[in-house]
Structures are given as C-alpha cells and as structure tokens.
Design a protein around this ligand. Sequence first.
Ligand code: PMP
Length: 416
Amino acid sequence: MFDATVFKEQFPLFKQPENRALVYLDNAATTQKPAVVIDAVADFYRTSNANAHRSSHRLARAATAVIEGARARARNFLGTSSAREIVFCRGATEALNLLASSLCQSLQAGDEIVLTAVEHHANLVPWQMMAARYGLVLRFVPGALGIPDFSCIDEVISDRTRVVSVTGASNALGLRSDLAAVRNAISGKEIVFVVDGAQLAAHDDIDVQALGCDFLACSAHKFYGPSGIGLLYGKLERLETLPPWQGGGEMIRSAGLYDADYAGPPHRFEPGTSSLAAIAGLGVAFTFLAQVDRQAMREHEQKLVEQMHKGLGQIEGVRLLTVPQNNLGIATFTPAGDWSAADLCLWLDQRDIAVRAGHHCAQPLHTLASVQTSVRASVAGYNSAQDIERFVAAVAEFVAEQEAAIPPNRAGTTIA
Ligand code: PMP
C-alpha cells in the first residue's frame, strides 16, 4: 500500500509557502529529503558530535555507534554478507574513482574494460583516465544508437576482459540494464563485475548477492538521503586484495616513516574524517525506505512514467527518446521543431515546474542519438498524476506557442 500524498507530507521542502505549487521532476538529479533525514543530520551535531573511530570518550563512542549503525543498515539495504563490505565515500562518483584507481593498478597494458555507451560520466571518465595511464582498452556493449543490447555482450567479452562496469539504469533514459545477462556472460570467468547503482537505489530493491556483482556504487542524495555521502559495496575477498586509493588517518594498522601497513576493509578505504553527520542521515534514509512499501511505490511511479509518455507522445513537436517499458521513472525528449530544450526548462521554471535540460552527464549517448541536449523529467514517490498533468499541459502550451511564433514559411520544418 502506497499513498503518494501521505509520502509527500514527510518532505518539509514541499510545505514551504513558496514550494506549495512546485512540481519537482528533477529527481534523477537529486531527490528531496524527508524530515527524519534532515533531523538526523542536525541531531548528530546536537547530540553525538565527536570524531568517530578515534577517541574513547562517551561522545566519540556515540559517534562511532551512529556510523557503524548506518553501515549495518546499508548492509541490510543491499543484502551484503558483511557490514565490512560497505565503504562510505562521497558518492557514486567517488566510489567509481576509488574503484577504477585501485583496481586498474594490477592490470596490464592491453587488458580490456567493458562499459556501455549510456554510462553516466562518473562510470566512464574514471575508466578512460585509467585506460590512458595503463594502456587499457575500453570496449562498449553493442547496440543501436548507443543503447546496449545485452544479448550481444559476448561480442565484447574476450580473454583480455578484466572488468565489466555497467549502470543499473541509465540516468538519461531511465532504462534498466539487463544485469542478469551480464552476470551470465561473465560467470566462471575472472572478470570483475561492477554496477553503478546510482539511479537504482531510489526505485528498485537491490540484492548484491542475487545480482552477483563484485562492486556496486551509489549516492545517498538520489534516494532521499543527504548529499555528499554514498557508498561502495565490495565483495569482501575483492576488497581485501584491493590497494587503498587515498592515504591518511585511520586507514592503517601501523605506520613508519617510510611505509605503512594498511587496515583491512572498510577502513582501508575511508582515510580521514568522513562526513559523519551525512552518514547519520544516510542511516536514517535506509530506515525511512525500509518503512515504505517499495513494490507499491514502484507501481505508482510506473503509472506516472506511462502517463508522461502518453501525454508527451501526443504533442507534435516533441520527440521522445525514452519508452515507458522497463523504465524506472524518466521521460526524456528533444525538440522536433524550432524550439530549444533550455528555453522550455526556463519557461517551465516560471510555472514552478522543475525539470532538467542538457546532456545529463551522458554526452556520448546524446552524440550517438545525434542530439546535443534533451529535456529530462524524472519522478519520485511524492509525485502525483496531477503533477504530470500540469507538466504535460505546460509542455504542450510552450510548444504550441513556439510553433505559432514561427514565420509561416518555416512552420513545419523539423531540425535534427
Ligand atoms: N551514475 C549515475 C547513473 C548517476 O545518475 C549519477 C548522478 N547523476 C552518478 C553516477 C554520479 O553520482 P554523484 O554525482 O552523486 O556522485
């Protein structure tokens, strides 16, 4: 059972007088935060503030308990076999940089890394950087217009493949990846399987053991948690052999002047003082989500995605790049007429409707689709059918206005 109105009640931002009429459809960029998460961040400073894992006084013990409590909840959320498999970091971007930098140290020139063309730059650029540094080869799952066809993944798996790193769902298209096909294609091979779970976590239940992945990255701010915090899940045996990425305090067993003996996971990968209050908020975000009927919320979001596609599909002058099937909550479109994505976003903003225009940090995908920018509307549990109605009607009104403004001899032309 899921009631979007009751769910929305928990988000203070929507209660601010200036936000009462807001239609927030930029959830793939970041979600809003429920009061319990905001309170957990403030309460950490009010009641438990001290550095964690260091001193032994009462407050320090309380801070450590908050951090380790959040780690235990992350373990439940992702179904990991041990809390030591959860490494806190700034977000999916940092998780993937950590992983690429550490993992690629042991690779040889000519070794191959398989990605897809729909990857967010966070799961593309770090591998490009490592490929340049170590002479590695990047290969991409084949597919029309860059959209991966996982039934063809075997074509890019070779005896030089060392890593396959794919997004759980495209942040530009909402399309879920066929992770089971990836798992089957690499099963029994010595290939590290990495999932960018940044978009999945808000919508889907994640069970890393069922997925069969070695690593998974996500960011709290995309699933109702605070910004600036996220995590990297890593299979314990993988983490144990992975070199640290950054050096600093609390990641060593012992340090001498010339070398150090590193701590085991997860602390080996968490040097320095973490964003402790944000971790407190992240822990509560897990509890918050655990209390939601996620299946019912997914069904609600699925209806909204269908409604968006149906409505936008009826507007001449809009070219949809997405389909509602297997889509976790995104409609993306480009002008099929003489108007600009950025102008539409400004226009919608003036009507208190928040969406995003741009390439959504998935520029190669846009290049392959021969478009520079697109408009992306992305839903969360607190969106309603009325939100989508207002959004679709506003897009229709804007497009009609633009068409009417075009001189008669140019009306009807389509730009690519
Ligand atoms: N991967 C995907 C699929 C994303 O959508 C994002 C955020 N847009 C990221 C990675 C990076 O996340 P963050 O900016 O929180 O590090």
